[in-house]
Ligand binder design. Structure first.
Ligand code: GLP
Length: 246
């Protein structure tokens, strides 16, 4: 693991955006795997700044990790809406090059197969950005008895529903299912970058990276990724011995 500590969320966002900018400058048609949630918002702000300062997204291709089942792309809590609002509409990316699972497709098999096919056609993911859920989920790969492979439809756990309820008017409005890329896709990305900030992420980060590799903590599989970088602030790293992980 490559550990990049930061003093706070702003610095972590800046370092993560720089990491992504270096990827795009090195390969202008990079396939970026993108994440949603609160953690990457600061990164996307910085990437918009980088675009305004000259970073070219015109050849960049993106695949998002996940989407709620039942939410259309114009629903304010859909991840498609989030991506357009926080990033895509502010940069010169071609909308033909952005990909997000279609939450309105109720044909689970068809939606999952077509997303898997798409990732294959793009040639896989060059850099996958991740946050981490409090139970160790990545994308929407919830704790389980086995590591998932390709795109699939998950039943969200109660803790994830509660954590994401802050974005909805009522907890009962949170969709109970989501499409998500599988763990295999994430592990096949050439590089993986995780951002985690705040003391509420400290315990799960420690469990994921000091504990056993187990599907009960999906993020723990990243211990085996050959090119994994964690950017985290001091609060999230409070249980880490920073000398033992590099
Ligand atoms: C959601 C997303 C994940 C994200 C996680 C943590 O469940 N599906 O991709 O990593 O929340 O979100 P946050 O960054 O808001 O803590």
């Amino acid at each position: 693991m490559n550990l990049i500590p930061a003093t706070n969320y702003d610095e972590a966002s800046k370092k993560a955006a720089e990491f992504i900018a270096v990827q795009i400058k090195g390969k202008s048609d990079s396939v970026l795997g993108l994440a949603t949630g609160g953690s990457p918002v600061g990164i996307y702000e910085r990437l918009v700044d980088a675009y305004r300062a000259g970073l070219d997204f015109s050849q960049v291709r993106t695949v998002n990790l996940d989407e709620y089942v039942g939410l259309a792309s114009d629903h304010p809590q859909s991840y498609a809406y989030y991506m357009h609002t926080n990033l895509f509409r502010h940069i010169n990316i071609s909308l033909d090059n952005v990909h997000i699972p279609d939450g309105t497709d109720r044909n689970i098999q068809q939606q999952c197969a077509s997303y898997d096919r798409l990732i294959g056609e793009l040639g896989g993911i060059d850099l996958q950005l991740l946050g981490i859920g409090h139970n160790g989920h990545i994308g929407f790969n919830e704790p389980s008895t086995e590591f998932t492979k390709g795109t699939h439809c998950v039943d969200l756990t109660q803790t994830t529903i509660e954590a994401n309820a802050r974005y909805f008017e009522r907890e009962t409005d949170v969709p109970v299912k989501a499409y998500t890329m599988g763990i295999l896709h994430i592990m096949q990305a050439k590089k993986v970058l995780m951002i985690a900030c705040g003391s509420d992420k400290a315990r799960i980060l420690h469990r994921a990276f000091y504990g056993p590799v187990t599907p009960e903590v999906p993020a723990s599989i990243l211990q085996f990724h050959p090119n994994f970088t964690l950017i985290a602030d001091n609060q999230a790293l409070q249980y880490f011995n920073k000398n033992t992980l590099n």
